[in-house]
Write a protein that binds this ligand. Structure first.
Ligand code: A3P
Length: 339
């Protein structure tokens, strides 16, 4: 029998608040250049480190920088939005907690909680609505997530030497996934869809949440090259090709490699199956659950669309694809990185 599902991190009532701190950062961020862009809320501010975000998560990132106290045992999932965050959160949570919550067990937490509730984003879920929660009581290893570029991670993350798991995805699929996500919410709000051409324009100009895409990927790639034991670098496409190999790498990286007995018992395959797109989309927590983000409650089902490699081919012309590929090649040339 599994142990009860942890309430993670402290909920509304437990969280201390700091209106003044949020007010100061909101004032500062509001003074930064503001752009229309491909995001749900449209207005994107440019952080002084050169990346773009809507205001509430930007302020959340600044509060996290000021107040988050990382521990060396923490593990942080870092991604560009729509790069496979949900999948990685599911894989990491189920790998780290496989002893108390076996993946093949009947009462796994994913039956009632989405991956975004099991591993919360610092700037979208934890440091929001004037909250400065006390995270000290959470047991090791604490698991967090962020969309913030490497250079703007909370300073304690760098200082603590905690581990970071990064996932990158073909920019064309990231773009199409983002565009579809934004248009889904626009349709719900009764707004006209954004054309794919407009979305490509914003994306290539770097004006996308946490973008420019290429700077985001390169920041973590360089960090991985400098310290592979601290920064793990995964590609969505390679995870799709061989998820079991990636689960094993993940387990080793977090210091919990699979034992021979676990391998024989099929623990790796059970995690792969539990976290698969097909299984996750069939769960009640996905079909009817919601996740509270700083921009409002989001249906868990909206984090799942097609889950395919190369879906961009259904939406982008060969010419547009070539244009994006040319930017990628130019930006990544000579750095040992291909997506
Ligand atoms: P598509 O829109 O191309 O289908 P994020 O989690 O970073 O928001 O990324 C969302 C993308 O990851 C979506 O891509 C979604 O379908 C896909 N995804 C979510 N869960 C997945 C899973 N378990 N396996 C593979 N892809 C998944």
């Amino acid at each position: 029998m599994s142990s009860p599902i942890p309430v993670f991190p402290p909920q509304e009532g437990d969280a201390g608040t700091n209106e003044e701190l949020y007010g100061q950062f909101t004032e500062l961020a509001s003074s930064w250049p503001c752009f229309r862009g491909l995001s749900r809320a449209n207005q994107l501010y440019r952080h002084e480190n050169g990346w773009y975000s809507t205001l509430p998560p930007l302020v959340g990132a600044m509060v996290a920088d000021a107040r988050f106290a990382a521990r060396p045992s923490d593990i942080v999932v870092a991604t560009m939005p729509k790069s496979g965050t949900t999948w990685m959160k599911a894989l990491l949570y189920s790998t780290v907690h496989r002893r108390e919550h076996p993946a093949a067990g009947p009462d796994h937490p994913f039956n009632c909680l989405g991956p975004h509730e099991c591993i919360r984003h610092l700037e979208y879920q934890i440091y929001t609505r004037n909250r400065v929660p006390d995270l000290d009581g959470l047991p090791d290893p604490r698991l967090f997530a962020t969309h913030v570029p490497f250079a703007s991670l909370p300073r304690s993350v760098a200082a603590s030497g905690c581990r970071i798991v990064y996932v990158c995805r073909d920019p064309k699929d990231t773009l199409i996934s983002t565009w579809s996500f934004v248009n889904k919410f626009r349709a719900e709000d009764g707004l006209e869809p954004i054309s794919v051409e407009t979305a490509v324009g914003y994306f290539c100009d770097g004006v996308s949440a946490s973008g420019p895409y290429w700077d985001h990927v390169l920041g973590y790639w360089r960090a991985h090259l400098a310290n592979p034991a601290r920064v793990l670098f995964f590609r969505y496409e390679e995870m799709s090709r061989d998820p079991a190999a990636h689960v094993r790498r993940l387990a080793e990286f977090v210091g919990r490699p699979f034992s021979v007995e676990e391998e024989e018992d099929g623990a790796v395959d059970a995690i792969v199956k539990l976290c698969s797109f097909e299984h996750m989309t069939g769960l009640e927590a996905t079909k009817s659950g919601k996740t509270e983000l700083v921009l409002g409650a989001v249906e868990n089902s909206s984090f799942f669309r097609r889950g395919l490699v190369g879906d961009w081919e259904n939406h982008l012309s060969p010419e547009t694809a070539r244009k994006i590929d040319a930017i990628t090649e130019a930006k990544f040339r000579g750095l040992g990185l291909s997506v």
